[in-house]
Design a protein around this ligand. Sequence first.
Ligand code: ATP
Ligand code: LTN
Length: 342
Amino acid sequence: MENNTTVAEKTAPERKKRIFSAIQPSGQMTLGNYLGAIRNWVTLQDEFDCIYATANLHAITVRQDPKKLKENTTNLFALLIAAGVDPEKCIFFHQSQVSAHAELSWVLSTYTQFGELSRMTQFKDKSAKHADNINAGLFTYPALMAADILLYQADMVPVGADQKQHLELTRNVAERFNGIYGNTFVVPEPYITKTAARVMSLLDPSKKMSKSDPNTKSFILMVDEPATIMKKFRSAVTDSEASVRYAEGKDGINNLMEIYAACTGKTFEQIEDEFRGKGYGDFKTAVGEAVVAQLEPIQIRYKELIKDRKYLDELSRKGAENAARIAKRTIDKVYKKVGLVR
Ligand code: ATP
Ligand code: LTN
């Protein structure tokens, strides 16, 4: 017989695989955030049981203006819905609305080693950038991220390539805890797409595109006007060869090809054929237009959604109630295993 599933396996209710991801409301979202993370959230919704959050507790590891943080959090929530995250299909809320995140984070921080946290490149980068405020939360940030993921027993975590190290740490902490107390957490896998997993800066293609870059020409914002997007692509750094092909040493062109491929679905080979004999000017225009085509409909929906903050707050509260119910099961189990009075 071809099919070798047992009767027991067939009758057992099939649990859809669960996805968890979050994004910090620490500023405006870039094209890197969109292609590397947000877009995947949307495509995964139909197939999986998805839980998404704004990571506002993570955001305060860098000093924030309270009014701005609140505004950015709601704006991010609206932007993600405009991009296609559907609160009818997934659970979508703000991290601070479910207290179990902070509770589990504390417990997990006692199963995370100082040495492990010291190796995190994001910690090294951020503490170099914010030398006047290297707080304990910035250091234990990955324990909170592990709590986010493990609370919901997520099987997969869609993130950009830069978060892979935090995912590895989450897996280690889950395995360590399971090893001591018996099976408690699902050990999650990273979900990182091949194209545009790491969108690079338009001005220095050896660095990742980052919203905190002081030079605004280095990144495309999801809310940038079409004319601004075209202008930024026109000033993107390339090379002197004037040939559109993917090759080592052509970081600028490689990055533009990645972006174009991610926006049009074309392969590198098709792109090389399309622009054979043409200059970089034509290519940059095509990349800009492809990006505008992706972002413009999102911008229109975003402007509409952001007018009704009450409605957005209501949506997040509903999402948080559903999230809290799932989170409670895990945190109860963990407290019991560790021997904490409830
Ligand atoms: P910052 O510049 O403040 O460090 P960031 O732009 O790196 O922030 P995050 O909020 O840390 O953004 O990341 C949100 C999500 O977007 C994460 O899943 C991250 O992996 C992804 N991401 C961020 N930058 C890029 C990029 N350049 N290319 C692909 N994915 C990215
Ligand atoms: N650390 C991530 C944001 C984040 C996250 C998470 C991602 C917080 N909690 C849980 C995936 C799963 C970042 O900086 N991009």
